[in-house]
Design a protein around this ligand. Sequence first.
Ligand SMILES: [Zn+2]
Length: 119
Amino acid sequence: MARNFNADPVGQNSCAAHNLKTELVFLLSWLLNDNVAFLYAAAAISGYLFYEVMHFSYHIPSGDRAEKCFLLVPGWRQLRQTHILHHKRHKMTEANFNITLPVFDFLLGTLYWEPIGKK
Ligand SMILES: [Zn+2]
């Protein structure tokens, strides 16, 4: 019997994962269980928020008040430098594709670095 994900939306059988309308959440819930689907949804949302905040922070103008908050994060200055280098026209299509953390740029050999302040 197929599960009806919209049944009992506020009762004991409801789950936050059921309200997320993504096929993968439904598939995980159907194939495994609601906890796995919820963990996937929470990780996906958290990862996307992390991506958005970090990308926003890299584009804050130098000297802005908001920059002072991010300068408190260890390594943020170097992460912003990798993103600034990514936006250079001659490097944009070949280096520093990772926005949040340059793990896969390192592993795939696309990490490019110039010292901060070099033009
Ligand atoms: Zn950017």
